[in-house]
Design a protein around this ligand. Structure first.
Ligand SMILES: [Zn+2]
Length: 273
């Protein structure tokens, strides 16, 4: 066979896979572009902080053990079920562009759900720095925050290993779900969803969502205090969605399903515009 015949034959053989691969890459690229949608948000103080190499998690952490060691098999089953619904919700907000990718390549969104450990309230939460385009793994990508000390600004937690830290927004979720238990509300939320896509006054006004006035670094006491003040002013369950100016939206619900229902009704249509 001449060189040219061999060359033509090779082209015929590799042509379709290369073409298919190119199509796949274009398709995947378009999905990633959608994930990176930031709705024209300007760079905020947190973006600048991450860009200069500052830590995402701005509270002290203490690893207790793996979740497997900490929980009984029956509790572990409940934990995995709760995390599976949280994973679905987080996938929904990421796919909708409501959890844009931060300068360090991690998804700007997270979620939490209360876990009743024999009467003690603990917080199941997505890990810090979730990779984009990947469903949260119910075993590897979650943490159980057993205690969050607001005075010491520290968290005790269980996860797959001590390098898997709870979300940098743990204080925000702790505020929304645990710190609000002291309020004399008719009912209390058990789940919260948070994304960075909607954080400005114009969006808040358009969507008729209460917004805080302060812009703060994420993961700080000031960030949590601003949410707490907002919730105090606009109490649950009359209000279930809030915006932290320069940070993002927080949805609270009676369970994970309700948070995703609120997201789909209120936030998702706005993200797709
Ligand atoms: Zn956040």
């Amino acid at each position: 066979m001449s060189f040219f015949k061999k060359y033509a034959k090779s082209l015929i053989m590799i042509g379709p896979p290369v073409f298919g691969c190119t199509l796949y890459m274009v398709f995947e690229g378009s999905k990633r572009f959608k994930r990176k949608t930031t709705l024209g948000m300007p760079e905020n103080a947190e973006d600048k902080s991450l860009r200069s190499g500052e830590a995402r998690v701005k509270f002290a952490v203490k690893f207790k053990s793996t979740i497997q060691q900490y929980l009984t098999p029956a509790q572990r089953s409940t934990q995995r079920d709760l995390c599976a619904s949280l994973a679905k919700a987080l996938w929904e907000i990421e796919e909708s562009g409501a959890a844009p990718v931060a300068p360090d390549g991690k998804v700007g969104g997270n979620g939490a759900v209360l876990f009743n450990n024999n009467g003690k309230t603990e917080l199941l939460i997505s890990k810090s720095g979730k990779d984009a385009g990947k469903l949260m793994d119910v075993d590897l990508d979650v943490c159980l925050v057993t205690d969050f000390n607001r005075e010491k600004w520290s968290a005790d937690f269980c996860s797959e290993s001590e390098s898997v830290l709870p979300s940098s927004d743990t204080p925000l979720h702790h505020t929304a779900l645990i710190n609000t238990m002291k309020f004399d509300w008719s009912e209390h939320p058990t789940a919260a969803l948070h994304g960075h896509a909607i954080a400005d006054e114009a969006s808040a006004k358009k969507l008729d969502i209460p917004i805080s006035t302060e812009e703060t670094l994420f993961s700080t006491p000031a960030d949590s205090d601003a949410l707490m003040n907002l919730i105090r002013e606009y109490p649950y369950p009359a209000y279930k969605i809030y915006i932290r100016k320069g940070h993002g939206f927080v949805i609270m619900g009676k369970d994970v399903q309700e948070t995703i229902d609120i997201f789909n009704e209120k936030v998702k249509p706005y993200c797709s515009k």
